[in-house]
Design a protein around this ligand. Structure first.
Ligand code: TXA
Ligand code: MG
Length: 331
């Protein structure tokens, strides 16, 4: 499928016009956002959104986020733009925040998996924003990967995962945030974080007074069905380990390598073990998030059977990262 490389800070208007035309025709365009690459389609065109589900092999119960160029465009898609929505949009848009609000009848049921709410987001990426302005339609876009695989942070990841299922991939380089947006439901009295991300619950609470954490997955309150699946997972088995258990883990890795298994490791300090696809990650949440998925993609590419991940801290700035690692490990 065609890949169009653009300067992420000054994308070629001709490419944007072509991509916008494809979107308006009901085709699929993959594009960079600041979090991960999105697989976009016209959110108002049921047939086009259907193509997203087909391309990803996505269960129809998992609603899709709608991307818009600004807050005014977001307000047109909901009958109820609450004070909380307005305060959070003002504070964090454009940015890695998705607001779940009541949906307008203009949005087809397929976008929201039949639900009466819709997730809206203004992404902080020059290419995404320029594309949304040029297309002048709301763009439904999940992450541009096959369902249940690791999200793409580069055009090459999109290409390897989705190949010719996409009509155009806009290559705007590596994404900066690296994990998906924080999803916040603002339909209730107190906003609730449905999916943690690099924008922390604490930062959200500072703006709106208080914010609930996600319901534990075991509870009956399934507010966001898609969030319960084994998401964001590499093909390998993922094991989290505490830094204090390092010696035991090293012994286990030596055994595994000796018996011919391919082992990957995501660690804060090098293991220095032979035959391990090791990725040493900085003890800084911003940088860790930025490189996490690329590291997991590499470990998939080299055929790792198992990946050992040193457990990150539990402070707020690591919440989104820890969430993705736990999901990856829960398979
Ligand atoms: O950073 C991101 O959010 C990326 C980029 C492309 O914007 N998109 C993304 O989309 O991660 P996706 O579809 O892979 O994840 C969206 C998550 C899903 O788990 C879905 O269940 C939840 O957001 N979601 C979407 N709409 C929702 C709604 N109306 N109510 C509750 N959860 C919703
Ligand atoms: Mg996804």
């Amino acid at each position: 499928m065609p890949v169009a490389r653009v300067d992420p800070d000054a994308p070629d208007p001709a490419v944007l016009r072509r991509a916008a035309a494809l979107l308006r025709e009901g085709r699929l365009v993959a594009f960079p956002t600041e979090t991960v690459y999105g697989l976009g389609a016209n959110a108002l065109d049921e047939r086009a959104v259907q193509r997203i589900y087909e391309a990803k092999g996505r269960p129809i119960v998992n609603p899709i986020i709608v991307h818009v160029a600004d807050t005014d465009a977001a307000r047109e898609l909901t009958p109820e733009w609450t004070d909380a929505a307005d305060a959070l949009a003002t504070a964090f848009w454009p940015g890695p925040l998705t607001l779940v609000v009541r949906k307008s009848p203009a949005i087809p049921a397929i976008v929201t998996a039949g639900g009466d709410t819709v997730g809206l987001r203004v992404p902080a990426h020059p290419v995404a924003l320029a594309l949304l302005r040029e297309a002048d339609i709301p763009v439904a876009a999940p992450s541009a990967n096959l369902s249940n695989q690791v999200s793409p942070t580069s055009a090459a990841h999109v290409q390897r995962g989705l190949g010719d299922r996409v009509d155009l991939i806009i290559d705007g380089g590596d994404t900066h945030v690296g994990i998906e947006s924080t999803v916040v439901d603002v339909t209730g009295a107190v906003p609730r974080v449905l999916r943690p991300g690099m924008l922390s619950r604490e930062s959200i609470a500072e703006v709106v007074g208080a914010a609930h954490a996600a319901e534990p997955e075991s509870s009956g309150a399934r507010r966001s069905p898609g969030l319960l699946d084994r998401h964001y997972a590499p093909r390998a088995r993922v094991h989290l380990f505490a830094s204090g258990d390092r010696a035991d883990v090293e012994a286990e890795i030596v055994d595994a390598v000796a018996s011919g298994r391919r082992v990957g490791a995501l660690v804060f300090t090098p293991l220095h073990l032979a035959g391990v696809a090791e990725h040493v990650v900085p003890r800084d949440a911003t940088w860790y998030a930025r490189t996490l998925y690329a590291a997991l993609h590499v470990m998939d590419d080299v055929g790792c059977d198992v990946i050992w991940v040193e457990r990150p801290p539990t402070t707020p700035e690591w919440a989104g990262i820890l969430d993705r690692l736990m999901r990856a490990a829960s398979g």
